[in-house]
Design a protein around this ligand. Structure first.
Ligand code: PFF
Length: 457
């Protein structure tokens, strides 16, 4: 059964599409997740970085193309796109499950993504009105702990961030999402260049680069290789319907292969530049490349307090993080909203606010999971970790695997060739990688994340 989608928006041009897709890809993942994983892979950070880059090329890029292909061919929200392409290629409508996993998975990610983004808005606000003013590691930790212990504060900033996200999606694909990206991404890029420059002048860039690219082969641990792969996945927004939804607004003329090269290349470049700027400041002030949100919210404020012009740099840095998170969060809300509007004819603004309400409530539970409800655990995890782990370790790889199998083995070469217009040799290379390398790679991540890592803990 195919779902008709009568009048659909299309991005203004190819560059608009590249921009929004980069906007979705570059986010908290590149900033706190990358620095946390890199910092945590002690001794073999270079290996992690290289594996990440290789995986962006070998898993991320082919899958990015496959997701866009389904979206564009199916011309609908992720569920409709799967139904339409399955019908066209004579496959079972059960494949639409993949669309469902995507649209719900994206909302799950959004619930905690918005809370973490809320911390960033909070820190931005503090830098703006009073400055960070933390002169010792103890003070920085106390400020961070106080933020985590306060559900009201977190809930407030999470609410602000959700409103920002809905505000954009409610305005529509071109007037909302495209315009927001067109304004924010160039600014984000400018700030990043400034931060990288400042990281070089005021920080210790050689130490940062040495830290990130020091390939100590004797130190390779299996976990580092798999983490690099998993991060390529997360940082390219794969498997969650976001890219598929964006692809569905892409015109027929645009060359998917070239477009994806831009997205993957710029995405990885921004990730690396951002990591270099963060580590450069971290090392200059003799701080530890500590784990998780701690690096951004404890270590950096300390560096900002001590460096010349630190307050301005702090304001710009948190603004940069907010822009990056915002352009990603709208891509997490869009898949479900487009499904509601297309399936039930609900007005976009109403669909956006209606979808946001349960996500916002779930986000409040996430805020509580850092304090009042920190003892409440399901499968030994707090609500925050449960959502994060379930979405990123379970749903994302499984859905990516299914997309590779669907496009590589089920869709039929005619449709694929028709959508991916590349020179034959390049096409064959891409298709073989999608059919063989991607499924094997993802199976490895999946097996490791779900089975091995749990056993090894
Ligand atoms: N790629 C985003 C980041 O790195 O922060 C996160 C993300 C966005 C994941 C959209 C999945 C998604 F569908």
């Amino acid at each position: 059964m195919s779902q008709a989608t009568p009048s659909r928006s299309t991005w203004s041009n190819r560059w608009a599409f590249i921009l929004v897709t980069i906007g979705s890809a570059v986010g908290l993942g590149n900033i706190w997740r990358f620095s946390y994983l890199a910092g945590a892979s002690e001794g073999s950070v270079g290996v992690f970085v290289v594996v990440y880059l290789v995986c962006v090329a070998l898993i991320g890029l082919p899958l990015l193309m496959a997701e866009i292909l389904i979206g564009r061919r199916g011309r609908g929200n992720p569920v409709a796109a799967m139904l339409n392409t399955a019908a066209e290629s004579g496959n079972s409508s059960w494949w639409a499950l993949l669309g469902w996993v995507g649209i719900f998975g994206a909302l799950m990610i959004l619930s905690f993504y918005s809370v973490v983004s809320g911390w960033m808005v909070d820190y931005f606000w503090r830098s703006l009105v009073e400055g960070m003013n933390v002169s010792t590691p103890e003070e920085a930790k106390a400020a961070y702990d106080a933020t985590m212990a306060n559900p009201w504060r977190q809930g407030f900033w999470h609410t602000v961030f959700m409103i920002l996200t809905v505000g954009v999606v409610a305005r529509g694909v071109v007037a909302g999402i495209e315009t927001a990206n067109k304004i924010m991404l160039p600014l984000l890029f400018l700030i990043l260049i400034f931060l990288a420059f400042w990281g070089t002048v005021a920080g210790d860039m050689p130490a940062a680069l040495n830290f990130m690219f020091n390939l100590k082969t004797e130190a390779i641990k299996p976990g580092v290789v798999i983490d690099g792969m998993g991060h390529a996945f997360f940082s390219l927004s794969l498997g969650m319907g976001a890219i598929m939804a964006y692809g569905s607004y892409l015109d027929k003329k645009t060359n998917i292969g070239h477009t994806c090269l831009w997205v993957a290349g710029v995405g990885a470049f921004i990730g690396l530049l951002c990591g270099a700027a963060i580590f450069s400041l971290t090392f200059r002030y003799g701080l530890e490349p500590a784990a998780g949100p701690g690096l951004i919210l404890q270590t950096l404020p300390l560096a900002f307090t001590h460096m010349p012009g630190g307050r301005l740099v702090a304001i710009l840095f948190f603004l940069f993080v907010i822009f990056a998170a915002w352009t990603s969060s709208i891509s997490l809300l869009e898949p479900f909203v487009s499904w509601l509007t297309e399936r039930y004819g609900i007005r976009r603004a109403r669909a956006a606010w209606g979808t946001a309400l349960p996500v916002w409530l779930l986000g409040l539970a996430v805020c509580l999971s850092f304090n009042e409800w920190s003892e409440f655990k399901i499968f030994g995890r707090t609500i925050f970790y449960l959502l994060d782990h379930f979405a990123t370790r379970f749903m994302m790889p499984l859905s990516g695997l299914a997309i590779a199998i669907y496009v590589g083995w089920r869709l039929g070469k005619m449709i694929v060739v028709d959508e991916i217009r590349l020179k034959q040799r390049t096409f064959n290379l891409w298709f073989d990688v999608l059919r063989f390398v991607v499924p094997v790679g993802i199976t490895l991540i999946f097996f490791y994340e779900l089975v091995l890592r749990n056993w090894l803990k």
